[in-house]
Design a protein. Sequence first.
Length: 198
Amino acid sequence: MPAGEPELVRRAQGGDALALEALVARHRNLACAQARGLVLPGGTAEDLRQEALAGLVEAVRRFRPERGPFRAFAAVMCRRACQRAVRTALQRRRMRVTDALPLGGEGTEAAASGPAQDPVHRAIVREELRALGAFVRGGGLSGLERGVLQMSVLGLSYAEQARRLGCTRKAIDNAHQRCQRKIAGRLGESSALLGQAA
């Protein structure tokens, strides 16, 4: 630990806001580095950096000197905070898809009415998802782009994607950017077509 860090941690745990601020400033880059390579569904890179900083504050609160160096403990806590945010976002996304596309069975007719329960809305969503799936499978995305899309949905980091696909993290990042542009363009075309049909 850098000189004075054990004392800063002890003071921050005792409620000293200036000590906490000094620790956050000292380890801000470490925290933000833990967010790199992760994709937050429905969020931005800045959202993930904020999660990492929240993990840093939690690390200050939970740190005990017998756990080893604060920096290593903080890195683990920041990474876990980011991964937890990604998992939560993925779970919410799955719930929204399940709500939007009921699979039938008991209780679906009794569900609350709303856009997700409207048969026309469900048909439109099903058609958009089918068309998007066909676009992805039918050559709208390259093999690498399909691979990074699938691994992002699973919550894998850029480093893990690069390892599994046998390429660099930069290639993974570039594939993500292309994938996002193509899918956004495809969704924009769908919305324009639906607007003309209405």
